[in-house]
Design a protein around this ligand. Structure first.
Ligand code: TIU
Length: 221
């Protein structure tokens, strides 16, 4: 057993049953001209966590633990994109429209790829998901069950949208969940703070939070 000095209290885990899930560190959310930018967001904030996420990936790789990368994207015929999602709001480009990094949020287009600094290594799982939560319409439950995973460490973007949705889905499915606070980011700093606060409130009602330093220290211990 290992222990992460987390909030609101220690997170105890067995490395053999623990995996890292890195959510949607894609060019479409992090680089100019992608999905995040079409929604009117300043993507610069998200770019800043790339080195921290890289450190967390390196720690899990060094420990030989499973790593799952997710990508929010849709089939090229948009058959898995609900019209309600595509039609929402007044973005500058809609899902499937051609943009500077290819068609917005479409699988196989350059924008849907993970930023090169965080690319998956051989043996790591890359999971495409049509929703905000990574359990919806994906084989994630089966992938985790096959490997006997009970504990999940989360990183990625954005904190209050895809990361929080996936963490809540995992919590309801019985996983013990910890979010790496400095390896996640939102376009809205106040939403990041609120999401972290609500995750660990009420005795870790959704899960724990800890810094990448704290996770690294536990993995090395
Ligand atoms: N817009 C926003 O904050 N997020 C998303 O649309 N997807 C993810 O969080 N990945």
């Amino acid at each position: 057993m290992k222990i992460i000095a987390a909030q609101p209290f220690d997170f105890t885990f067995e490395p053999a049953h623990t995996a890292l899930i890195v959510i949607d560190m894609q060019r479409d959310f992090i680089e100019p001209g992608g999905f995040g930018a079409t929604l009117g967001n300043d993507v610069g904030l998200l770019k800043k966590i790339v080195p921290t996420v890289a450190r967390l990936l390196a720690a899990f790789r060094a420990a030989g633990l499973p790593i799952i990368h997710t990508r929010e994207c849709h089939r090229s015929d948009l058959s898995d994109c609900p019209p309600a999602k595509r039609g929402r709001g007044t973005p500058s480009l809609r899902i499937g429209d051609p943009g500077p990094m290819g068609r917005i949020l479409i699988a196989g287009e350059p924008g849907a790829d993970i930023v090169p600094e965080l690319a998956a290594k051989p043996g790591e799982i890359v999971l495409d998901k049509p929703g905000k939560g990574a359990f919806y319409a994906t084989p994630l439950s089966a992938i985790l069950a096959e490997r006997g995973i009970t504990h999940l460490v989360f990183a990625g973007v954005t904190t209050e949208v895809c990361v929080q949705t996936t963490m809540r889905e995992a919590n309801d499915r019985g996983f013990e969940c910890l979010l790496a606070e400095d390896a996640t980011e939102s376009y809205f700093p106040e939403f990041k703070k609120a999401a972290l606060d609500m995750i660990r409130a009420q005795g870790a009602i959704v899960g724990w939070t800890a810094t990448v330093d704290q996770v690294e220290r536990a993995l090395r211990s």
